[in-house]
Ligand binder design. Sequence first.
Ligand SMILES: [Zn+2]
Length: 415
Amino acid sequence: MPVLYRVHLVDNPRELVNIRWNDDGQITQIEPYHEKPENVPSIWASDIKGEGIWDGEEGLVLPGLVDAHTHLDKAKTYQASMTSDGTVQAAIREFRQVPPQTPDGVYERVMSILKQMVSYGTTLVRTHIDSYYPDLVRLSGIFSAMMAAKEAMKDKIEVQFVLMCPGEIDATWSKHLCEMRGNLSALGGAPWLSPDPVKNIQWILDQATRLGLGVDLHIDETLDPEVKTLEWLTDEVLRRSFSGSVVASHVLAIGTQDQAIQRRIARAVGEAEIHIVSLPQTNCYLQGRESPYLTWRGITPMRVWKDMGVNVALASDNMQDLFHPWGNGDLLQVASLALYAAQLQPRDEIDVLRAISYIPRLWLKGDENPLVPSRLADLLVLPVSSAHQVFSDMPAARAVFKQGRLISRRRVIVD
Ligand SMILES: [Zn+2]
């Protein structure tokens, strides 16, 4: 049976362990390391041949990373001729003027970014599909292309879809949602952009209840203190005792409120069991341009959430499009930026790694602890021995297992 010798688990970096799994890829045992047989190949060796035993070389193991919020339909559409002024409003406006995407083009780009994400250690991704496409026929062509990419990559990465509902709904949408329901993990939207945010939140929650889905919303992607969709969403979830999963992403405006208000809202968010996803790359790029001096940070106030016991996940959001011209799907880069932008400290390093692995895996898969016997061996191996070294050295090398199979390695040659 396959075994990975001599690795540290991120939660217990002092101990070296072996991880064993069966031929179905299910972890069977995690045992203390004493010694390994001779001639076990290094996980970083050049001529590895899939023997099923590897020496982890005292590296660090995390569960396969989870990118809980992306926009794969837009990924890699950036071109140098695009002239957005770098605000979210301009990006929304200008992306609608980009020539229509063909389903073949969408398929190629989605495949390309998924392969890249896998190579950095991500084995589960949730993507939002925009509703701005001017007609449902075009949306359905794009969705079909994304479904084909999901199927083609299913042995390497699991893809979940969220359909963004428009801010103003017409009658065709309820029918359309029914048709797509089987392929959706949640209903999305951006109620903070709707002419009537409360009505929009209520409609999306009504539809999610009717279809038995969770909701996953863009919330307050602005540093305008007057925007308070998070409070309205929280009130509505509590009022109707909504039983589905609720995810709120971005969540920036709360950072403009004073501490007492932030803590009151954070307490209510915790009570409503709303999951918060922070997206520091896109939001540090888009937000705060109105203040060229003492520029505000485009990140949800993670220290407040932490003090109040509310978990926050971290994710990529846009990658190489008008909303975010850079971004390569490497969640370690996202986590590293969060340490700086949210002004966290070395004691927060393990929590930040959990924010791209354990926490979103629990929310998206219901998987409480992915690194115990009976769970599938979706693993990321890094050539460092602690969370501190992850962020000090930012290792480029990665070895990725999906259901016990070694599916990708990035190796570094230093001459
Ligand atoms: Zn987004």
